[in-house]
Write a protein of this length. Structure first.
Length: 222
């Protein structure tokens, strides 16, 4: 009696088909990641179809109803709507596949936990408190010392400059006094001319003509 070979097990529904020449079945995590990649691709296709539908809608608004171009746009809109419906169905099926794949142990691999390198966070807190309590008052005191020192250096002029400034001040005061005296004299003369007394005093005597002496010609030598 001829023995028949045992039937080969059929692949699980909605599971990825092995490529030709593959030596081992994909792991549960690989199947789960494959379904997630399929969902991303379907979402991208849905976004593109919806964008195309919006463009067709805007074009239909610019075209008169009943024209040939409007009918062509309506046909294209119907095709886009059917494709969007198919993608929605595939997304719904993909959601169920992802849920089934996630139920398999080892399918969902948690990312490795982040391990902080270096000193703990308490060290930074203590260092900040130390800076506020000790270093901040010291820096303020040092800054005030530098400011006071710079102010002293600026206010202390050399003796030569001080003497020169004092002499300039005295010269300016003397010049101001002389200018005041000249101003007083000018005001006095102006008052005299205004009242008429100065004019009478100046014009009391009649002006006498000056005699012009003719220059004698030099005697000629014999």
């Amino acid at each position: 009696m001829i023995q028949q070979p045992p039937p080969t097990p059929s692949p699980a529904p909605n599971a990825p088909v092995l490529a030709a020449g593959a030596r081992s079945a994909p792991s549960a995590s690989a199947i789960y990641e494959g379904f997630k990649a399929q969902r991303r691709e379907l979402n991208n296709q849905l976004d593109e179809l919806q964008s195309t539908r919006r463009e067709i809608t805007s074009q239909m608004e610019d075209v008169s109803t009943g024209s040939t171009e409007h009918k062509a746009l309506e046909t294209r809109m119907t095709d886009i709507d059917s494709r969007i419906a198919n993608v929605d169905k595939m997304l719904a099926s993909n959601a169920g596949q992802i849920a089934q794949a996630a139920a398999i142990p080892g399918a969902v691999v948690e990312p490795p936990r982040f391990v902080r390198q270096g000193p703990p966070e308490e060290a930074y807190v203590v260092g900040t408190i130390f800076m506020f309590v000790f270093l901040l008052p010291l820096s303020i005191a040092y800054a005030r010392r530098i400011w006071r020192k710079s102010a002293t250096v600026v206010t202390s002029f050399p003796k030569e400059i001080t003497d020169r400034l004092s002499r300039m001040e005295q010269a300016v005061e003397a010049t101001a006094v002389e200018v005041e005296r000249i101003g007083e004299g000018q005001r006095f003369l102006t008052r005299l001319f205004t009242e008429g007394e100065g004019a009478r005093a100046i014009g009391a005597g009649a002006a006498q003509p000056l005699e012009r002496k003719q220059a004698k010609s030099p005697e000629r030598l014999p």
